[in-house]
Structures are given as structure tokens and as C-alpha cells.
Design a protein around this ligand. Structure first.
Ligand SMILES: NC(=O)c1ccc[n+]([C@@H]2O[C@H](COP(=O)([O-])OP(=O)(O)OC[C@H]3O[C@@H](n4cnc5c(N)ncnc54)[C@H](O)[C@@H]3O)[C@@H](O)[C@H]2O)c1
Length: 365
């Protein structure tokens, strides 16, 4: 396949993730990938953020809204990078597809399932790529989990636990609305809407199938102050196993702890620390009688979990977006999984609101 020419992009929303994550990663591509991407324009509704964008990208043209940016720039652009709060992802994406632009969109894809479906359908009609920022798949330690599962060393994966601990809700830039994640009208939900996609696309990958049912419980420990949940727990039923997900913004620590249980071993991840246990002697199921011995291997895989911008994970993900453009993979696996994440989150909310009822998941759109 011939190499792509330089891609010209516009960033909509110059806040925390674009200022600390996306733009530094795009600029790094000048050194690491021969400058295959150029950010030609930025739109942000906040003057202080536009000023910050002018400093970071002196050659880019800066706009106060995405509509004027698209009117003036669309002819010269290949893609739009949507980094606004979730309430606006869908309308920006539709405007970009209307102008025949590809879309890289931050998670969560949308705040409603109807919006998610319409976005995927529009990408297919416009023959333009829709690609979600599922960047946790690109964390070095998460890539190692994938490799171990694929190697077969722990056998068939049967169950997962994914615990995400945060000592506060994630914050936006102070010049705009720092606490928008705690306001339903901007976020569409609390920690499940904000972070659930990361948890759920990892479960799809590790269990090798898609969930068929979910039961969930959520709470808000500051109901007088905020209208979104800060604690969320769900159990997902898969054709191949089960996953337990727990997400909290009221923890005493910031970390992830993931466990992957297979038929012949297990992986435990505590941020950068990975432990792999593989069954060696299996003459019977009972370890107490000495029938099972485990070979245990410990590794430290620096993954920069404390850097919430995850700038180091971006370019591996952007390479996939580029490949999708080159191959005309308009609504590929990642886009379909971003839809399934929204289906899962919104169904889990329905479960939590109705006494933790187990609810079916209808699958693909
Ligand atoms: N993938 C990840 O690891 C990760 C990490 C952080 C944030 N995010 C996602 O990135 C998105 C932005 O989050 P953030 O933390 O950067 O928020 P933020 O509040 O720091 O930044 C949002 C920016 O968008 C601007 N804005 C708001 N509405 C706009 C509109 N309609 N048009 C143009 N500009 C607009 C604001 O002025 C602000 O500068 C969210 O979807 C969030 O979930 C993803």
C-alpha cells in the first residue's frame, strides 16, 4: 500500500486531554514519524484556552467554535480530533462527516445509545473513518496482558476483575468548567460514563467475546453537590466467562488493579507490576495435597499510569487510526466496540436505577 501523504487535522476542544496528551503527541510525530500529521486548526469556546492553543501551535488557525472552523478549513483538512466533553461529541462528528472528514473521537463516544448508533451510521454513509480513543489498549502493561493471553500460557480466560481507583473525579482545565464530569448535562453520567469505556473494551479483548447481560449498582457520595455517580460496580456475563468491574472516584489511592483468570494460570496487574502465575504440576485440582504447583514470574512494565494525559500511549493508537484511513475501514472493530461500550454503560445505568436487575445486552448496532 502506498504511504499516506501528511494528514491535516483540526482539534476541537483544547483542554486537558488535547493540551497535555494529543497535541504533544502530534508534535512528537515530527521527530518520530517524519511529521506525518499536522494540526492546522483548533476550535475552543473558551478564550483562555484559545490563547493557550496559540502558544502551543503558533502556525495553527484558531477559532471560537467548530462550525466556523469547519466552514473555513474543511477543504484543507483530512480529519477532526474531537476532544470536547462528551455532550458535544455527536454534533461535532456529524458536522465533520457532512464535510467528508475522518473523525478521531475521545471516549465516551456519546452520552446516549441513539447518538452512538447515528454516529456509526453516518460514518458508514459518508465513507469516513470513525475511530474512538481507546488508549488503554496501548498502555505497555496492557499490551503485555494481551500478549500473555494470546500465547496460551494461562489457558482459556474465564473471569476478570477490573478495579479502577481514583481519589477524585478527573478534572478538566480550570479556565473552563473544571468539574464538568460531575454535571450530567455535560458528561451524561459519572465515573461509569467517564471511565467505563476503558474498562469495558478491555473485557471484550481479554474474554474474546461480547457481554450478553449486565447487572450494576452505583452511588453518589456527594448528592447535594453533584448529580453524577462517583462509585459504580457491575457484573458482566459473557458467552466465554464473567467480568467484575469496579470504578470509584472516592478511593484513597490512584491505581488500577486487574486480574485475568485462565484455566491454567492467572495474571495480576497493579499499575506497572505484573505477576504471571502458570500451573506447572496438575495431577489433581487440590493444591493442599500438593497436586498443583505454580511457576510465578514478576515483571515491572513502566506504563506511566500517573500521567492522566497518557501522552505516551497516543501515537500507537493514532497509528491504528491512520491505518483505518488508509484501508477505508470506516466503522471498524474499535468503532463498533465504542458503540457496545455506550450500550453497556446505558444498560448498566438502567440496571442500577431499577434495583440492580440483570438486563440483557442486545449486541451490535
Ligand atoms: N482517553 C483518555 O485517557 C482521556 C483522558 C482525559 C479526558 N478524556 C476525554 O477527553 C474529552 C475532554 O476531556 P478533558 O479532560 O480534556 O476536558 P477539559 O474540560 O479539560 O477540556 C475541554 C475543552 O473543550 C472546550 N470546549 C467545551 N465545549 C466545546 C465545544 N462545543 N466546542 C469547542 N470547544 C469546547 C473547553 O473550553 C475546554 O478547553 C472528554 O471526552 C474526556 O472523557 C480522555
Amino acid at each position: 500500500m502506498p504511504p499516506l501523504r501528511q494528514l491535516n487535522g483540526a482539534v476541537i476542544g483544547y483542554g486537558f486531554i488535547s493540551g497535555q496528551g494529543h497535541i504533544p503527541a502530534y508534535l512528537d510525530r515530527v521527530k518520530s514519524r517524519g511529521g506525518d500529521v499536522r494540526i492546522a486548526a483548533v476550535a475552543d469556546v473558551c478564550e483562555a484556552r484559545r490563547e493557550a492553543a496559540r502558544k502551543a501551535l503558533p502556525e495553527a488557525r484558531i477559532y471560537s467554535d467548530y462550525v466556523s472552523l469547519l466552514e473555513a478549513e474543511a477543504q484543507r483538512l483530512d480529519f477532526v480530533d474531537i476532544s470536547t466533553p462528551p455532550c458535544d461529541h455527536a454534533q461535532v462528528a456529524h458536522a465533520a462527516f457532512d464535510r467528508s472528514l475522518h473523525v478521531l473521537c475521545e471516549k465516551p463516544l456519546t452520552t446516549t445509545l441513539e447518538d452512538a448508533r447515528a454516529m456509526l451510521e453516518h460514518a458508514a454513509r459518508a465513507k469516513r473513518v470513525l475511530f474512538p480513543c481507546h488508549n488503554y489498549k496501548h498502555a505497555p502493561v496492557v499490551k503485555t496482558i494481551r500478549e500473555i493471553i494470546a500465547s496460551g500460557r494461562i489457558g482459556t480466560v474465564r473471569s476478570l476483575t477490573l478495579n479502577t481507583y481514583r481519589n477524585t473525579h478527573a478534572k478538566g482545565v480550570g479556565e473552563w468548567k473544571r468539574d464538568w464530569r460531575r454535571e450530567m448535562k455535560y458528561s451524561g453520567g459519572g465515573i461509569a460514563m467517564d471511565h467505563g469505556s476503558h474498562t469495558f473494551y478491555l473485557t471484550f479483548d481479554w474474554l474474546g467475546s461480547y457481554p450478553t447481560a449486565v447487572t450494576a449498582k452505583m452511588s453518589n457520595l456527594e448528592p447535594g453537590k453533584y448529580d453524577t455517580e462517583d462509585n459504580f460496580t457491575a457484573v458482566l456475563t459473557f458467552p466465554t466467562g464473567v467480568a467484575h468491574a469496579h470504578l470509584t472516584w472516592t478511593a484513597g489511592v490512584r491505581k488500577v488493579i486487574y486480574t485475568v483468570q485462565g484455566t491454567r494460570g492467572a495474571i495480576t496487574v497493579d499499575d506497572d507490576d505484573l505477576q504471571l502465575a502458570v500451573m506447572k504440576k496438575t495431577s489433581g485440582p487440590d493444591v493442599a495435597q500438593g497436586a498443583v504447583e505454580w511457576e510465578v514470574e514478576k515483571r515491572r512494565i513502566e506504563s506511566d499510569w500517573m500521567d492522566a494525559s497518557h501522552v505516551g500511549w497516543f501515537n500507537s493508537m493514532f497509528d491504528q487510526f491512520k491505518t483505518a484511513i488508509a484501508e477505508g475501514d470506516y466503522v471498524g472493530k474499535e468503532a463498533r466496540e465504542s458503540y457496545l461500550c455506550i450500550q453497556l454503560i446505558t444498560t448498566a445505568y438502567e440496571s442500577a436505577r431499577t434495583g440492580c436487575r440483570e438486563l440483557p445486552l442486545k449486541g451490535g448496532c
